[in-house]
Ligand binder design. Sequence first.
Ligand code: LLP
Length: 459
Amino acid sequence: MSYPTSLFSANLKFDNSPVDLTQNDFSGVLSIAGCTATSLVKEFGSPLFVIDQEDFFRRTIAWQEALNESFGGGVLYYAAKSFICVEVAKWLIELDVNLDVCTGGELAVALAANFPSNRIEFHGNNKSVAEIEQAISAGVGTIVLDSFIEIERVAKAAKAANKVQNVYLRVTPGVEAHTHEFISTAHEDVKFGFSISSGAALSAVEKCLTFDSLNLTGIHCHIGSQIFEVEGFTLAAERLVATLAQIRNKHGRELAELNIGGGYGIAYTTQESAISPETVLPVLAKVIKEECAKLKLALPKISIEPGRAIVGPTTTTIYEVGTTKVVTLDDATTRTYVSVDGGMSDNIRPALYGAKYSAFLANRKSTAKKVLSRIVGKHCETGDILIFDINLQSDITPGDLLAFPATGAYGRSMASNYNHMPRPAVVAVKDGTAKTILRRETQADLLALDVIEAPRQLS
Ligand code: LLP
C-alpha cells in the first residue's frame, strides 16, 4: 500500500478531500515514497521524522507558481523556522527560492549550505548586535527592522561595515488573526513590529530615511500562523497598501516591495481543510491590485513567506508503541493509553497550543474493534499527550508502529531534550531510497555539554 502524501496537505492542486484516517482504510504497512515504515524504523530507529522530498519540491513549486500567476511574478521566501537543515537549504537553492531566517543560528545553517546570502531575509524582534553584524557581513539581502532601537543598531552596523543595507519595516496592521493567541502576531498588543494605527510605522519610516546606511525598500507584515480565513490576509493587505500610500504622501517615496508574510493553515485532521496557494493568492492579488489602483500606486513586488504550508504536510513521524494500559472511565467506557517512544520533546504543539493530530497503525493490518484511546509520550508529565482522544484498534501492542502525518513544521524545529531525550533523526525518502538529513542525537551528544570545572573569580 502507499501513502497519499496529499492527505493532510496544503492540498495544492490535489483534491481537497482528506481521507478519514480514523477509519484506517489503509491496510498493511505504510509506505512513503516507496519506503516502508518497518524498513525505515529498522534502519534508522524511532521516533523518526520521514520527509518526502518530492512532496517538498511539489509544494514549493505550487506556491511559487501560484505567486507568479497571481502577481505576474513575486518572491517566495521559505520560513526556515518551520524546519531547516543544510540538506533542505540545498533543496531550496535547487528550487531557486528565497529564505527567511530569524536567528544567527538559522542564518548559519543557510550559509553552511552556501545559500546565496542576497536571497536571505533576516527577521526577529530582538536580533542581537552580534547577529546583526553577522547578517550584514554575510551580505543578507534584506533585514526586517522590528523596533526603533533596531533601526539605529542596523544603521550603525551597516555604516561600520561600509555598506548600505536593504531593509523592510515590519508593521502591525491591527488584524486579529483567528488562530491560537500564541501564534497571532499582527494585533496591537503584541511584541512585533511598528503599529500602523498608532503612527509608529510612519515615524519608523522617517527615522529610517535619516540614515545613509539604510535603504528602505519595503514593508513587511505577518499576521500569524495556521490561519484558515482569507479575510485576515485581505484585511491586512488593504491596510498595508494604505500604509504604502501614506508613506508616499508623507515622504514622497513609493516603496517598491511588499512582503505579506506566511501563516497559511494546513490540515492536521480530517476536520480541517488546508488553505491552498491557488485559492488564497488570487484573492490577495485582487485586493492588492484594486487598492493600489484606488490609491494610484504602482503594484509593488510581492513576497510571501510560508513555512508550514510547504514543509508541514511533507513529513510523517513514526513512533514505536512501548506500553498500553486500559483505564475504566465509567461502567460503559474505557480508555486505552498507548505510550510511544517520543512525545512532547519531538512534538510540543499539542501541549503548547492544544494542537490536534491524527495517527494510524503503520506496520500491519488490523481489523480489531476500534476503542477510545489516548496516545501519550514517555515524558514525566501528565500533559505529555500527543492525541487526546482517538479511536485505535484494540489490539495495538508493544512493537507496533504509529504514524502521525503532517509533522514537518514546528516539530523537529521545536524539539527539545527534555528528560534528556536525544532528538530524533530526520530521514528524506525518494523513489524507494532513504537518507539521513539530520542524524539522531545520542546520549553522548547530550553529555558533551556537561562541564566540571573549578570556580573562577570574576572581575
Ligand atoms: N514569517 C514570519 C515573520 C513568521 O514569524 C512566521 C512564523 C512565518 C513567516 C511562517 O509562518 P508559517 O507559514 O509557517 O505559519 N510554533 C508555532 C508557529 C509559530 C510561527 C512563528 N512565525 C506552531 O507550531 O504552530
